[in-house]
Structure formats: C-alpha cells, structure tokens
Design a protein around this ligand. Sequence first.
Ligand code: ADP
Ligand code: MG
Ligand code: ZN
Length: 615
Amino acid sequence: EIFAPKLAEVNYIDGSTDQRWKSVDFPWTKKLEANNKKVFGNHSFRPNQREVINATMSGYDVFVLMPTGGGKSLTYQLPSLICPGVTLVVSPLVSLIQDQIMYLLQANIPAAYLSANLEWVEQQEILRELMSGVCKYKLLYVTPEKIARSDVLLRNLESLHSRGSLARIVIDEAHCVSQWGHDFRPDYQGLGILKQKFPNTPVLALTATATASVKEDVVQALGLINCIVFRQSFNRPNLWYSILPKTKKCLDDIDKFIKENHFDECGIIYCLSRMDCEKVAEKLQECGHKASFYHGNMDSSQRAYVQRQWSKDEINIICATVAFGMGINKPDVRFVIHHSLPKSIEGYHQECGRAGRDGLRSSCVLYYNYSDYIRVKHMLMQGVIEQNPLASGTRRNSLANTERVLETNLENLLRMVSYCENDTDCRRLLQLIHFGEKFNPENCQKTCDNCSKILCLIEKDVTDIAKQLVELVRITGQRYSSSHILEVYRGSLSQMVKKYRHENLSFHGAGKHLAKGEASRILRHLVIDDILMEDVKKSDLYGSVSSVLKINESKAQALSSGQLTIKLRFPTLGKASKMQKPETTPAKGSLVPGIVNPPQSDIPAQAQPEVDLNL
Ligand code: ADP
Ligand code: MG
Ligand code: ZN
C-alpha cells in the first residue's frame, strides 16, 4: 500500500486516453519523422513517444511516466531540433549529463552543460554564448544545484526568454523532487522557480519512478499548470518473478539455477556489498561460468573494461552493486538475480527491469531471508551502503533532511521485506500497487511464484498469539532478538535460553503447539506492521551486528485494546506444503521446480544473528 500522506488535489489531464496526441497531422509531423530517422537512426516511435512530443510541442506542461529504457530522452531531444531556441534540461548527475552530451555531439546536435566541475573559463564561454544573438546550442544541460545557486544562470535564462529563445524546460528524473521517491534531492525542490519566472514556457517532467504521491509532489513542486500526464503500464509481462529462501548454500542454488535455466546466457546478480560481488563472482567462475564483478571500489577504467567485456559477451554474468545498471542497454539480459534484499520496491522493480529488454522471457529471482533485513537496515543507518549513483550525488543535506531521508529509506526497506514475506498475492500486483497501477492477477498467467503455487491457504486469527509475543518482549525487558524470543515462546530449553532463566516466565512455552515457522511468521508480521521494531546495533569490533526487538507502544496499545486484529493465511498442509510442486512441469527458463517460497524462513538459530558487515 501507499503510505504517503494525501496532498491537495492537483489538476492534471490524462493524455493516454486522448486520441488527439496520436495524430500524424500536426504541422511538425513530417519533420519529426524525418529527423527521427536521419539524426537518431530510429525506424519508428516507441509507445507514447509521439504522443508526448505532440503534447509538449503544442505548448502544454507534460508529465511522463515511462519505464527505464522506454526512450524518454527522445521526447525532448527530437523537439529541440525542430523548435527554435534552446531547450534547458535539468538532470541530477554530471555523469549522466556527460553521457548524453557525448551521444548528442556524435549525432551532430550542438549541446553543452553547466556544472560546478567545469573550469570557470568554460562556464563563462557557455554563458556568453547564451547571451549572443543566435545561440548555437540546441540543448543546455544543468544540474539542479546550478538553478538553485547561480543567479548568473537565471539572468541568462531570463535574457534568452525575453528574446523568445527559451524553447522548453525539461526536468529529467523528476521523482528526485519528492522526498517520497527513493532518490530525493533537496535542490530539485527549488526548481519551482522556473515555472514562476517563465510561466509560458512548456515544462516536460520525465521519470521512470512515480507512485501516486510522488507524482502529486512533483506536479506541485514544479508548479505545473493543467499538466497532461502520459503513463504506461509498468507491468513487464515477459519477466518471471520469484522469491526463494536464502540459505547457507545460496551460491550453489544460484549456480544450479543458472545451469538449469539460463546456461551460457547473460545475467546480472545484484549483491549488497563490494565483497559479496567479488565472492559471488569467484564462486561462479569456479563453477564454470563466465562471471566478473562491478562495484564502486573499482576505478573507472576497470569498470569500463568489465562493461565492455559484458557488451561483447566475453562475460555472461556480472555480480554488481546497484552502481551497475544506469545507462546499461543490453537487450538480451535473460536473468536478474538478487543475492540479497533490495532497499525498496521501486529499486527492485528498476533492477529487474534490466532483464528482457528484447521482450523475450527472462527470470527475476530474489533470494530472501529475514536476517538480511537486519543487515541492510544496519548498513542504511551507518550510511555505508552503496547507492544507486543517482542518489549518491553530492548532497548538502541539513541534519533534519538526512534524518528524513533515513526514515523514508527504512520505511521503503520494510515494505520490501513485506513484499518478500508475502507468499500469497501476485508479485505483479504487489509491485504495480507502488506505481499507483491496478492489476488483475488473472493477467499474470502464473508467471510469478505466488500465482503458480497450488497451496490451500486458510486464514487464521492470530491476534492472541501476537499479544502474547508482544507481552513476552515486554517482560523480558526489550533486550532480546527475535530468534531468542521465539525460542522462549516455544519453550526451548536450550543452554542459551536456560542461561537467561526464563523458565519461570509466564509465556515460556506458551507457543509450544505452534510450528516454529508459524510463530516466527507472526513475529515478523509484527515488525512489518510496526508493532515491534528491530533495533539494530553493532555488537563488536569486527563489524557484526545484533538486533533486539523493541515495542512501538502506540501500535501495541491498539493491539492490546482489541482495536487491532491480526489475520494471516497459512497453508493447510503445514510442513508438507513446503514440497508442493507447481501444477505443470516448468519448461526451461521457468521458476525453480518444486521450490515454493516456504512461509517458514530460516532465522538463524542462535539468539543473536551474527551478520558479516565487511565491505
Ligand atoms: P530512458 O531515459 O527512458 O530510460 P533512453 O531515452 O535513455 O531511455 O533510451 C533508451 C534507449 O532506447 C536508447 O539507447 C535510445 O537510443 C533507444 N531508443 C529510444 N527511442 C527509440 C526508438 N523510437 N527506436 C529505437 N530505439 C530507441
Ligand atoms: Mg533517461
Ligand atoms: Zn502473479
């Protein structure tokens, strides 16, 4: 579900249903098609490209939601050639801007950029060009910091505008405006000044990531007027989604999965830490795969080398942090494997989206266990996690901002956990909810693990058990990990539990009748529902972390007063359900046969999960 607060209603018009924008009778249609072929080398338009171009060239403010790789750049680069004047493009990262400029110059399109990393002389030259009678640039890229901090730039834009030479304002990666998005950039919030200063210049906002609340944030912050929204489904029918339990033999599982389903095919394995990338790559090489790794600790020439090898198919598999992927356009990526928990559903969707660009069937497999949640949470809190390059640009955040960003990150992470724990609902449905999109699970056609299961589930009211677990956390002093609480609850007499002398506690053994998996699932649900919280701490000098459960009193109150009831669905067959087979024998490339995300996950047996934090 979407938890962001509802903002005031904003005016926008759905462009996707308006036939007018599909027309090929606009005065510019011929030029458009000729330039699309001649300059950009495209044979046709991709979905919504023509529509967006027609709407922005008609002078409207336009908001575009298009998946990564959908072809958003063309929707302003092509108009920039046809319209007189300069198109201003705000983009969050200098490296993305440099890529674009290189591409444009190769296509003989005059373009320049302004950012703090340019020499003063170079900047002066570009600014002078803007003031000249006929500016030679068709496109001027700037970082949001420039708009926020350079009065000179604003004056230059005013001058351009007064001469009728400011053609269009483009805000790329527009979700950065919103603190609900996963890449919040404070300087994007100041971009509203552009619409204030140039109310009649059409604004084009582009993003691949927008929940309903992000969209409203963006439209409001930018001050878009009667904006036309184009969005297309974020569903990727050719991607097959599944979540598998992550165990100690995860690397063997991955090796086997690839050999059985995608041998000698191309894929990405996303890992959490740099060390994980190297470890996974090494193991896969030993198993006979052409694998290599890619992460932020490598210098740019090393990274470029790996990327080149990958493009030329000299390497099949890249084990990478999320740093890998921006601007990757390989069409035949047949699988994306997540070796550990992604940080948000949006991020997960985007990473999976790098598979199957050619429309052919591809697999997205995520190996999940609950202790990864604790590990990722700790890394987020320490700020040691490798970010998507979009998010890691230099930020001058205030402390309050930093805290808010962390809070949002932790919420996003918890929603990701909830996605993984869900073993019932269609994965597509769960993902698309985040983009404000409705999806009928029947259309999944059993292409996700949950839809392809044949489990009989019954709903049980577990409110009483939940209450007991919360009480147990309370009377043991909110000092123990979830696995310890579970052992006590189920009456374990292990040395560890004995040591703490919990035998006399009122709830010791109260959950004897429950399967271990059932009790732990209820406990995890309490964390996802924010009734209990995992308090993650570094436990020793070697970087291991431990986590203890704490009570969120206001929520717990609702539970104990009976305001809140908790119902979960359980397989009727208990343990046997673990071995349920999919209905038909899966063909090559399908989900792993016979393994159905078991509701029981494997919280480590020791009281304090030790987590390797070596980076
Ligand atoms: P986005 O910004 O939406 O992620 P890009 O604008 O970077 O996507 O485009 C992704 C790729 O698709 C680029 O390599 C681009 O050249 C290509 N592309 C865009 N439009 C078309 C088209 N109409 N036909 C063929 N290729 C296209
Ligand atoms: Mg783009
Ligand atoms: Zn499904």
